[in-house]
Design a protein around this ligand. Sequence first.
Ligand code: TXE
Length: 454
Amino acid sequence: MSETFTLVNPATGRGFREVRRASLDEVDATIARAVVVQRAWAGVAPVARADALRRFARVVEEHVEELAQLEVLNSGHPIESARWEASHVAQVLNFYAGAPERLSGQQIPVSGGLDVTFHEPYGVVGIIVPWNFPMTIASWGFAPALAAGNAVVLKPAELTPLTAIRLGELAVEAGLPEGLFAVVTGSGSLVGQRFVSHPNVRKVVFTGSTEVGIDVAAGCARGLKPVTLELGGKSANIVFDDANLELAAAAAPGAVFDNAGQDCCARSRILVQRSVYDRFLELLEPAVAAWRVGDPALESTQMGPLISASHRDTVAGFLEGAHIAFRGSAPEGDGFWMPPAVVLAGRDDRIARDEVFGPVVAVLPFDDEADGIRLANDTIYGLAGSIWTENLGRAVRVSRAVKSGVLSVNSHASVRYWTPFGGMKASGLGRELGPDAAEHFTETKNVFFATDPS
Ligand code: TXE
C-alpha cells in the first residue's frame, strides 16, 4: 500500500493533493497522547470546558467560507450546501458547549447515607466518518464527546479528509489542548480497525455502510466497548391520496437528489397511493426537470457530481434493465456527473430494496393505509421517512407504525442538532444529536456515602 492517497476533485475528475496514510505506530502514538490529554481535560471545570468549546465554535464560524470551499473542492458539494454544513458544525459545537454544566447526576434516596450518580467520560472515543457528509457527521460525534470530557481520535474517509484535517487545526487555534481532538488520516482497515481493537479507545462511533458497521460492532464486542452505528437506509416517502400532491411532488426531488442521493436519509423510495399515482408522476416530472445539476461552485446549483468514478459506475449499475420513467439533466465531460433518474419499480426489484446512494429514486404504488405501512416497512433498513397526508389521524397512525428512527410529516426535515437522530433495524444502533447526546459519551457511576457508622 502506498504511503499517500490522491484526492480527486469530483467535478473535474482531476487529482489535486496527496494525503498521508498514518502507520499503525502513528495511530498508537496519537491514542497514547489522547489518553494523557483526556485526563487533564476531564478535570477542567465544567464552565471552562464550556468556554473552550464556545471558542472552538466561534473559530469555526470565522472559517465557514474556507471550510465550505474545501468541501466543494474535495466532495463536490454545492457551495450553498457546503456553507450550511460548515455553519452546522459551529452550531453543533455551540449547542454541546451547554452540556458540561448540565451533565447532572441524580441523588437517589437510600437508608444510612447518601447515594449519588456521576456521568464519567469514557476516556478516548474513536470516531469513523464516511465521505458523504464529512464535516457534519464528524461534529455529531466529536462535539458531544468533547463536551462530556472525552478525548477524540477521528478518522475521516480516505476520499474526503480535508475539512476534518482543517477542523483539527482550528481546534488547536481555538485553544483546545493539542492532542485532545486528533484527526488521523488513513485506511479503514488500518486506522479504523485500530480504533476498534485498541484497548484505550473506550467507545467507537461509526457511520458508513451496514456491512462494515457490522464488522466494527463485532470488533467492539470483543473489546466490550460500546458502539454507536449510523448505517444505510432505504427511506420511504409515502404519499397518500389525501396529501397536498403539488407540495409533495415539489419537495420529492430535494428529498432524494440532495447531495446527489449520497445521503443516508435519502427518500429513495416514493410510495404513492394507487388512486393518485398517475397524477403524482405528472407533477413529479417537471420538478425533476427543474432540479439544477451543475458546477458546485455556483450558488444556483442544487446538485453536484457523485463522489468518484467507481461510485458512479456502481450507481449506474442499478439502472441496467430498470424501467426509467424520466430523467433530469447533468453536465457532460470530465467529473463524475449523473443525471437524476426516476424508476418505476416492482416490490422485489433490487432498486426497490438495496441502498443505491445516488440520484436514483424508485416509485412504487400501494393500495391503502395498511398496504402503505407494510410496503414502507418491507426493508431491512429503518433510518428516515416522510408521510404526506392532510389527515391528522392518519399522520399519527402511520408515523407510529413505520419502523424508522426519524420521520417527518408533510416535510422531509431529518436533521436538527437539537433533536435525536439515528436508525432502527439495519440502519444502526444508538442515537446521535438531540438533548441527550453528551450523556451517551459517559458511563454512570453510582457512589454511596455512608452517614451512619456501622
Ligand atoms: O463506506 P465504508 P464507503 C454506503 C453507500 C456506499 C457504500 C460504501 O451505499 O456506496 O456504503 O461507502 C471506514 N474498520 N454508505 O466505502 O466502507 C472507511 O475508511 C473500520 C452509506 O465509504 O463503510 C470510512 O472512513 N473502519 C452510509 C468509513 O469506515 C472502516 C455512508 C465508511 O466506509 C473499515 C457511507 C473497517 N474494516 C457509505 N472499513 C450512509 N447511509 O450514510 C472501512 N472503514
